[in-house]
Design a protein around this ligand. Structure first.
Ligand code: SF4
Length: 670
């Protein structure tokens, strides 16, 4: 038997076919997929063996006297509901919080946020907070929709790619391949990144700017576009608002002035401006290099300004592409698993919440809930008593880990639902064993808004159950929710709750998915957003002023550390480090350092070093490379034996509440 489903790793959302053992190649890419055209990267081809790991959680567990004891589902679900209800009765609904997951399906995210809201709290959030919350906040403000404006397929029609803060060939390899083949066919490619990422090697221009100076860089590019009259006058006049005020701000960013901030030569800025504005259509691709800053939302709005200024929105081959890290970041955000938005990005204090109250037959909370990072602070100060985590590993992935640990230690109740005994699950009072995405049905929405059907390939081990099944049981017991018989039933309700999903059914999105909005006007979905108008009428220019990062170097902490992922691993490594081949390729943590810094510090390749920041320290191996410039070090965050987020502080973007993972002042000790 062969089953068509979606890769469980990155947000590209490649479709793959898993064949029965003995029927030839075990995993192949789906040739008819408009996303991957039969191609897969190493994670898709060789990263699925974690499903069969002996370490899978197989039974519900309850901790008694510091030891996990195996219990029945009935006992685990009763303990979950009784203890949650007791806390709610005693301290009110805002004393509990839920952490959903971009690795889980739309149906599961929808259920978890609904449980929180039906209980009476907006304390629901998920890992998009730590990767793409600035995309939602920024693009909803400027364009009216927090999503990619085009399609992966339409990248073939771009004449220029502007890739900023994205190591595309390693993090979204199939999208990276599209850019590489475009470049081979003579398209322009500008890469803006403090690291010499693979795409930089083949770029027309590599802007190797100082970490955290994105706004100064983008504003100076726009300065040149205006100075040389390369803006799209017709688009600005006909489709935008706020241009005059925006222009006034941009006039301060001559490349000769910003060079002192960004470290980029004015000539390179001028050449970039010409390529972007004259080489249309231009696609702008970005990822967490843009978002994970205290100015993350402003960075995103700056990108939006650039697209509006050059008329690169709403046409094929152009657009803004926020590349999502995990497979279902887009979908879990669409489902409202965020503390400030109900499903469909309805603000929690909007009168529009009324339609959900009618649908769910419950008066719903209107106060903003706690964001992910705020939850652990509230736990530490005692105002939050219980956290329920689904499929996330915040003890590895969140900033300021010591504070996360302090918060978790202070909880009355900590529930974790996962496929492995992660560091986070190890601290739980109750552990609920879940199925992987290859063991269940549902949908994922990829980075280009494509809603795709996820199909069951394998049986779950032991008593592990799909997350939707567990949440259905918890929702009935804790929030008085009605019984859902299948993921499809939940998806039908999503269609009634989220307008952009209203025309999608399991039947009509199969086999290759459809891009939202899918509704009576667009029954086949929408490949290019904003073609004629924006949901907010006109696209909005927002003047963005450059401000420095939260941390700067000092005599003591003389290097800037930036964090990210590598080709072989994914997020906290829970899955990829249990996939034999991926683990073999990249088995241990490391820090990338330039040859010059290594020589100055007397560091040899593979030597164990201590990295120390103002917030903590870790040990890891040095890797001397020309990928990072002098003064900058890079550390991947996949390795729980050397948690780099111990070094990251608590500074947050005030607009989206994302921590600043990308600029941390550190020193290296041997
Ligand atoms: Fe999976 Fe992403 Fe690789 Fe595609 S590019 S196979 S979705 S990890």
């Amino acid at each position: 038997m062969s089953v068509l489903t979606v890769c469980p790793y990155c947000g590209t959302g490649c479709q793959l076919i898993v064949n029965d053992p003995g029927t030839g190649e075990r995993v192949i890419g789906y040739s008819k997929s408009p996303v991957n055209h039969g191609k897969l990267c190493i994670k898709g081809y060789s990263g699925l063996s974690y499903n069969f790991s002996r370490e899978r959680l197989k039974h519900p567990l309850i901790k008694k006297n510091g030891e996990f004891l195996r219990v029945s589902w009935e006992e685990a679900l009763n303990a979950t509901s009784t203890r949650l209800l007791e806390i709610i009765r005693k301290f009110g609904p805002d004393s509990v919080a839920f952490q959903s997951s971009a690795k889980c399906t739309n149906e599961e995210n929808y259920l978890m946020q609904k449980i929180a809201r039906m209980i009476g709290t907006n304390n629901i959030d998920h890992c998009a907070r730590s990767c793409h919350s600035p995309t939602a906040t920024g693009l909803i403000t400027t364009l009216g929709a927090g999503a990619a404006t085009g399609s992966i397929k339409s990248l073939e029609e771009s004449k220029t790619y502007f890739v900023i803060g994205s190591n595309t060939t390693e993090q979204h390899p199939i999208i990276g391949t599209a850019v590489v083949s475009g470049r081979k066919n003579g398209k322009n490619l500008v890469v803006a990144d403090p690291r010499k990422v693979q795409l930089a090697e083949i770029a027309s221009i590599h802007l190797q700017f100082n970490p955290g100076t994105d706004v100064a860089l983008l504003n100076s590019i726009m300065f040149v576009i205006l100075e040389e009259h390369l803006e799209d006058v017709e688009f600005i006049k006909g489709r935008t608002q706020g241009f005059a005020e925006f222009k006034k701000e941009i006039e301060k960013y001559a490349p000769e002035i910003t060079e002192g901030i960004t470290g980029v030569k004015p000539d390179a800025i001028r050449e970039t401006a010409r390529l972007i504005a004259k080489g249309k259509p231009t696609s702008i691709l970005y990822a967490m290099g843009i978002t994970q800053h205290i100015h993350g939302t402003e960075n995103v709005m700056s990108i939006s300004n650039l697209a509006l200024l050059t008329g690169n929105v709403g046409v094929r081959g152009a657009g803004i592409f926020p590349l999502r890290g995990q497979n279902n970041v887009q979908g879990s955000s669409d489902m409202g698993a965020l503390s400030e938005w109900y499903p469909g990005y309805v603000p929690v204090d909007s009168p529009k919440v009324g339609y959900l109250e009618d649908l769910w037959k419950r008066v719903l909370p209107r106060k903003k809930g706690l964001s992910l990072s705020e939850m652990f602070d509230a736990a530490a100060d005692g105002s939050l008593k219980a956290i329920y985590v689904m499929g996330e590993n915040p003890l590895v992935t969140e900033a300021a880990i010591s504070d996360v640990e302090r918060g978790v230690d202070n909880l009355d109740l900590f529930i974790v639902q996962d496929i492995f005994m992660t560091l986070t699950a190890g601290m739980a009072d109750i552990v609920l064993p879940a199925s992987t995405s290859l063991e269940k049905e549902g949908t994922f929405t990829n980075t280009e808004r494509r809603i795709q059907k996820v199909n069951k390939v394998y049986e779950s081990p032991g008593e592990a159950r799909p997350d939707w099944w567990i949440l259905n049981e918890v929702g009935r017991r804790v929030a008085g929710m009605s019984n859902y018989g299948s993921p499809e039933e939940i998806f039908e309700e999503i269609g009634r709750s989220v307008p952009s999903y209203s025309g999608a059914t399991y039947d009509n999105i199969y086999p290759i998915g459809k891009q939202w909005p899918i509704n009576s006007d667009y029954p086949n979905g929408t490949e290019i957003l904003h073609a004629k108008s924006f949901p907010i009428g006109r696209g909005k220019f927002v003047p963005v002023r450059y401000g420095p990062a939260a941390e700067t170097v000092s005599e003591e902490y003389n290097l800037i550390m930036t964090t990210g992922r590598n080709y072989f691993h994914y997020h906290s490594g829970t899955m990829s480090r249990r996939a034999d081949l991926l683990s073999r390729e990249s088995p241990e943590p490391y820090v990338e350092i330039s040859a010059e810094d290594a020589r100055l510090l007397g560091i040899k390749n593979s030597q164990t070093v201590t990295i120390e920041s103002r917030h903590g320290s870790i040990e890891t191996k040095a890797r001397i490379t020309d990928k990072v410039p002098k003064g900058v070090v890079f550390v991947p965050f996949h390795y729980d034996e050397s948690r780099v987020n111990r070094l990251v502080g608590k500074a947050l973007d005030p607009l989206s509440k994302i921590p600043e993972f990308k600029v941390v002042a550190v020193r290296l000790l041997v």
